[in-house]
Design a protein around this ligand. Structure first.
Ligand code: NAP
Length: 361
């Protein structure tokens, strides 16, 4: 039962990083879903302090994030980067707030739930705003919950119902990741470079190492010695934690493409049990948070523009993996290929975090 917004029993909500790409999406999602609150605190750096911010017909002032920001706060939605989360997440939690963190700071920490509500809402069993977090000690009212990486969320929303039906043994994924995944500055870089190149000027890389307009490159996160970058290894480790199954073999190739908003992913799945494309389509058509666009006659499949500003993850190119089982459509097929698009500012970040907070009301 959702409480009335004006009710004093409704939670005090803080948004940390409210001026950023994810922060602004938080505000859009909170307003759209009529998330109940008695007070709203919008926090960002000293650079933004005092700036006006419209929300649901009212003007708020951005406040500077400090150690004293969380007194009386019930739920704190963090999206201001990993170092801010590492420092201020525990401070907010100690002050009694339940933190839902969008950075990678706590995702792999034991005892911190890593949650996609459609996939593993059960990881939040016993959690409630205003009550001690199960398993996090401290005796206070607060706690920390982690929001997974955007590419992981967009992959697991459609793949989990298939995994439940036929058990994924091996998963190979290639991503086509948008500028918005790297924040406002990256979106600006794509726009500026595109204008510059079209005007016959040289593109000047600032955020990324390489020309972004009319180009693409391997994901900009740091490389590990094994030849995979951080984004790719996040998809592996986070899936193992969310599915609570380290035996699924996963490899990813993550690529930044010159798309403004919404990530795309090509996913190959090998199952333990047979799963043909008709059954996969049936499962996906009933899956929460999934929409299908799969029209072979008209070559109409999901695009980042279809997914932009949408809650659902869009799925198409649903087909047997012919490299595994021969003829497409075979009922003994244990291999399936998909192409998915999802708005990573929305389901990949803000929406997923707000859905988590809704589970705690
Ligand atoms: N973009 C995505 O799709 C996505 C998806 C999942 C997770 N995330 C995570 O969300 C976080 C933010 O990403 P973003 O894309 O929204 O970046 P962004 O557009 O660059 O926004 C960064 C936000 O952090 C604030 N901030 C920076 N330094 C701060 C400080 N010292 N004190 C308080 N606030 C500070 C900024 O405030 P000012 O405006 O005052 O500088 C701004 O509100 C990152 O941890 C990122 O990994 C992003």
């Amino acid at each position: 039962v959702s409480k009335s917004r004006s009710s004093s029993s409704a939670p005090v909500v803080a948004v940390v990083g409210a001026t950023g790409a994810v922060g602004q999406e938080f505000l859009a999602v909170l307003a759209q879903r009529k998330f109940p609150f008695s007070q709203l605190k919008l926090l960002a750096s000293a650079r933004s302090a005092g700036k006006p911010q419209e929300f649901a017909g009212k003007t708020y002032k951005i406040e500077e994030l400090t150690e004293d920001s969380f007194k009386g706060v019930d739920v704190a939605l963090f999206s201001a980067g990993g170092s801010i989360s590492k420092k201020f997440g525990p401070i907010a939690s100690q002050a009694g707030a339940t933190v839902v963190d969008n950075s990678s700071a706590f995702r792999m920490t034991d005892g911190i739930p890593l949650v996609v509500p459609e996939v593993n809402a059960d990881a939040l069993k016993g959690w409630k705003l205003g009550q001690a977090a199960p398993g996090q000690g401290g005796g206070g009212k607060g706690g920390i919950i982690a929001n997974p990486n955007c590419s992981t969320i967009i992959m697991l929303v459609p793949v989990t119902p298939l995994h439940r039906a036929a058990h994924v043994k091996r998963m190979l994924v290639s991503t086509y990741q948008a500028a918005s995944g790297a924040g406002y500055a990256a979106m600006q870089e794509l726009e500026t470079q595109t204008r510059d190149v079209l005007a016959g000027k040289k593109a000047e890389p600032k955020i990324f190492k390489y020309q972004y307009a009319f180009n693409l490159f391997s994901h900009n996160s740091d490389m590990y010695p094994n030849g995979y970058n951080q984004e790719e290894m996040k998809m592996v480790h986070e899936t193992h934690k969310i599915w609570n199954d380290k035996n699924v073999h996963i490899a990813a190739t993550c690529v930044r493409v010159p798309v403004m908003r919404a990530h795309a992913e090509s996913i190959y799945l090998e199952f333990e049990q047979p799963l043909d494309e008709a059954k996969a389509k049936e499962l996906l058509s009933k899956a929460p948070g999934v929409s299908i666009i799969d029209d072979r006659t008209n070559n109409r499949f999901p695009t980042p523009l279809d997914a932009s500003h949408q809650d659902d993850v869009f799925v198409g190119r649903i087909r047997a993996d012919i490299s595994m089982n021969g003829a497409s459509g075979s009922s003994s097929s244990k291999g399936l290929a998909l192409f998915v698009c999802g708005d990573q500012l929305r389901k990949g970040a803000a929406l997923n975090a707000v859905q988590i907070a809704e589970l705690l009301l």
